[in-house]
Design a protein around this ligand. Structure first.
Ligand SMILES: N[C@@H](CCC(=O)N[C@@H](CS)C(=O)NCC(=O)O)C(=O)O
Length: 239
């Protein structure tokens, strides 16, 4: 029997979190090896484990898989979460690519310079309520089923629910006009493996803090990353 998949990434959400969500929702146990220092990353790079010298990397079924989407595609296919035919798969791909676009905006938000952050958040909120959530609310309304595609659980539901948790963290009122999405979130959250993943102490990661960001940047570059205005102020002594 193959061992558990082993996930190599920082101890934070980043690009690995959707992989954690998908595995956990499929009821698959996994191990994690966190990158904590520049040396940890160098080791992976130098031993040839990283095809493009980047993480996420997942050891699974004798492979060292990189590229987030490739990893997600493999897991979704393996655990039958990718539709029953190519048309369902095409729908799932369209939905999940839209979700990935929104997820990316939220993912890079902590990297936004402080003086631009408010405007960026406003822009994301507008995209959430005017572009992305209406699409998925409309899909659910159009067929009246419990899942986005094919009347059964697929990766599209799992990625969407992950995203809805982030949207709620940003501002819970953003969900106000989307009753079917709220119901989907509750329904999927109550599936036993998802419920388990949502419990405190699971491998789900919290939002990134300034401190984590600093650590992650340190483990990527070996250099501390300073977030401040281009002026002396309180940062100057730290410089
Ligand atoms: N397209 C890649 C992008 C991976 C990526 O940008 N990884 C970052 C960490 S989140 C990284 O390893 N950066 C180091 C580098 O590019 O040298 C994916 O989706 O996996």
């Amino acid at each position: 029997m193959a061992g558990k998949p082993k996930l190599h990434y920082f101890n934070g959400r980043g690009r690995m979190e959707s992989i954690r969500w998908l595995l956990a929702s499929a009821g698959v146990e996994f191990e994690e090896k966190f990158i904590e220092t520049p040396e940890d990353l160098d080791k992976l790079k130098n031993d040839g484990s990283l095809m493009f010298q980047q993480v996420p990397m997942v050891e699974i079924d004798g492979m060292k898989m990189v590229q987030t989407r490739a990893i997600l595609n493999y897991i979704a296919t393996k655990y039958n979460l990718y539709g029953k035919d190519i048309k369902e798969r095409a729908l799932i791909d369209m939905y999940t690519e839209g979700m990935a676009d929104l997820n990316e905006m939220i993912l890079v938000l902590p990297l936004c310079p402080p003086d631009q952050k408010e405007a960026k958040i406003a822009q994301i909120k507008e995209k959430v309520t005017d572009r992305y959530l209406p699409v998925f609310e409309k899909v659910l309304k159009s067929h009246g089923q419990d899942y986005l595609v094919g009347n059964r659980l697929s990766r599209a539901d799992i990625h969407l629910v992950e995203l809805l948790y982030y949207v709620e963290e940003l501002d819970p009122s953003l969900m106000a006009n989307f009753p079917l999405l709220k119901a989907l979130k509750t329904r999927i959250s109550n599936l036993p493996p998802v419920k388990k993943f949502l419990q405190p102490g699971s491998q789900r990661k919290p939002p990134i803090s300034e401190e984590d960001l600093e650590k992650e940047s340190l483990s990527m570059t070996g250099k501390p990353k300073l977030h401040y205005f281009n002026g002396q102020g309180r940062m100057e002594s730290i410089r």
